[in-house]
Unconditional design. Structure first.
Length: 300
């Protein structure tokens, strides 16, 4: 049977922040954490859809606006958190916009949203995380990180933009960040656990997002139907992330263990050689500090 969310312990008295918690696997992650007693902050770009998602959840849930494509929004969100944060789930993501687009700060949209936004959020929330007894940060990557390489340091420039490759680079950045955060926490002697996870391939609204793959009407209307027939839904995709967020050992990467890591029981996920490159991770960390203008308060 393997691990399942029923094995999550009592989270009463703990605060969890989940980005992109209004839909897809993020909504299932937030619902499970709340059901097990956590106070959950749904960090969402669309507050109305966040409220709709919260109505179907049991427990202590609140909604806060967060646009990861805007560093000003990330700062405002972090400034609004006034309590210790026991768990941060860097879950939100954008997948494969057909044309090159930028965040309000001038970064390629996928790299800026999926990686830089979460890098900045984690840095700005670190003081609140370190106020908790046993803080955890879980960052969601993807099997698409295998498309990435050391050009991740370039941040997906417009002259080489290919939607799927750019997505893969952003997901490699997520994994490099999560693993490097654990190394730096260990060197600093911080009681912080950083983990990473990927959902496999889940049937969620991400593939129908008109800002991503769903720009194609056929993809937007037909692919979700086909995926629901053969792939797990948001609850199945959330399982590896919930394990990483609550039970997994520090510095681990979790995913489905079935063929191709598309679906299956929770277990250790495979990492590309670039994901295992500690020098690349350290250089990405420096690049991310420079691009966000936010010095991360955990030294290398």
């Amino acid at each position: 049977m393997g691990w399942n969310p029923r094995q999550i312990g009592d989270l009463s008295g703990r605060t969890a922040v989940v980005t992109g918690a209004n839909s897809g696997i993020g909504r299932h992650e937030a619902a499970q954490l709340a059901e097990h007693g956590a106070r959950v902050v749904l960090a969402v770009r669309d507050v109305d859809s966040g409220r709709a998602a919260a109505e179907g959840m049991k427990g202590d849930v609140r909604i806060a606006h967060l646009d990861l494509a805007s560093l000003a929004s990330v700062r405002a969100f972090a400034d609004g958190i006034e309590e210790p944060v026991d768990l941060l789930v860097n879950n939100a993501g954008l997948m494969e916009p057909p044309r090159y687009r930028e965040t309000v700060d001038g970064h390629e949209l996928q790299f800026g949203t999926n990686h830089l936004g979460h890098f900045a959020l984690t840095a700005l929330l670190l003081p609140r995380l370190l106020q908790a007894a046993a803080p955890r940060v879980t960052t969601v990557s993807s099997i698409a990180h295998f498309r990435g390489n050391d050009a991740v340091l370039e941040g997906n420039p417009p002259q080489t933009y290919v939607p799927g490759t750019a997505y893969g680079q952003s997901k490699l950045a997520n994994l490099l960040f999560a693993l490097e955060l654990q190394r730096r926490a260990d060197r600093a002697g911080l009681a912080l656990t950083s983990t990473a996870a990927h959902p496999g391939v889940a049937s969620t609204g991400l593939v129908a997002d008109p800002d991503g793959l769903g720009h194609n009407p056929v993809v937007r209307h037909v692919l979700p139907i086909l995926m629901r027939v053969v792939l797990p839904g948001g609850a199945g995709g959330a399982r590896p992330v919930l394990y990483a967020a609550t039970d997994a050992a520090p510095g681990t990467y979790t995913g489905p263990k079935g063929p191709g890591e598309v679906r299956g029981p929770v277990g250790e996920a495979k990492q590309s050689r670039f994901a295992r490159d500690e020098s690349l991770a350290a250089r990405l960390w420096s690049v991310s500090e420079e691009l966000t203008g936010i010095p991360f308060p955990v030294e290398g």
